[in-house]
Design a binder for this molecule. Structure first.
Ligand SMILES: Nc1ncnc2c1ncn2[C@@H]1O[C@H](COP(=O)(O)OP(=O)(O)OP(=O)(O)O)[C@@H](O)[C@H]1O
Length: 251
């Protein structure tokens, strides 16, 4: 649990001439569920995108599974990309393909598995995320919001990644579906031995399943740690976020 998997050190990010991160540091450890929390525009998604090579900091370092992301060769980058799965906020499934075909795309692109084995793996992954077997034949437009997220999750774990990145996994879900999705994330962490990083606004998720998190604000990492550790930090943004001193802790 203590081995660092992602180390962000002194990251400075400038986008469109605007300073987004001003020397932000944080550490994600093996097997933990780690969250990036903060107000709108605080740079949570950008930091996650930097961890998966979709953006690049102006300065500072990000090490992932021991690799400095700023010095990767194209081949190393390609290999490293295989070690993570990503669940984007909208699900990002191809609308013209069924759930099964969306998952099969990955196997066809990255493996030499036989069609029969691919079918078996698709069945396994669909079952793993709690979807009924017939979901394989459905198109994204035929799924509820919660089912789209589950299907996208099945795709994200298709290649057995070590790391899973989730962008606001419970956004758009009702409270009951959100808690069920939290439970699923917990189960997947246990079953697959994953380390999970998520961007979230959902304080219930923070309470229920997140081990540690960074609170971003004012372009900085205001606080990092467990909920208890963050709540002990004396900072107006911590007070604001958790409504300390008003009517208990906001949930
Ligand atoms: N490509 C870009 N060019 C210029 N500015 C950008 C770009 N991408 C993001 N930004 C800006 O960077 C800031 C941080 O954006 P980011 O999406 O990381 O915030 P966030 O904390 O995830 O916000 P939200 O919770 O609203 O999704 C925002 O002000 C956004 O407008």
């Amino acid at each position: 649990m203590n081995t660092p998997i992602i180390e962000v050190r002194d990251v400075v990010t400038v986008l469109g001439g605007n300073l987004i991160h001003d020397h932000v540091s944080c550490i994600v450890r093996q097997n933990e569920i780690y969250a990036l929390l903060g107000g709108s525009g605080s740079g949570k998604s950008t930091l996650m995108r930097e961890m998966i090579l979709l953006e690049h900091p102006k300065s500072g370092t990000i090490r992932l599974l021991g690799h400095d992301l700023s010095t990767l060769s194209p081949l190393e980058a390609m290999q490293l990309r295989r070690s993570w799965g990503v669940l984007f906020q909208s699900g990002a499934l191809y609308s013209s393909l069924t759930v099964g075909e969306n998952i099969a795309l990955l196997y066809n692109e990255y493996t030499d598995l036989t069609p029969k084995l691919i079918e078996e793996l698709i069945h396994l992954k669909i079952n793993l995320v709690g979807l009924p077997p017939h979901a394989k034949h459905l198109y994204p437009s035929q799924l509820s919001g919660g089912m789209v997220k589950r299907a996208a999750l099945a795709r994200a774990v298709a290649l057995d990644p070590k790391l899973l990145f989730l962008d606001e996994p419970t956004s758009g879900l009702d409270p009951l579906s959100s808690r069920q999705f939290d439970e699923l994330i917990l189960q997947l962490r246990e079953l697959l031995g994953l380390t999970i990083v998520m961007v979230t606004h959902d304080l219930d998720t923070i309470h229920h399943i997140v081990d540690r998190f960074t609170l971003l604000g004012d372009k900085k990492a205001i606080a990092e740690g467990s909920l208890e550790e963050v709540l002990a930090v004396d900072h107006p943004i911590v007070d604001y976020f958790f409504q300390k001193g008003q009517h208990g802790i906001a949930r």
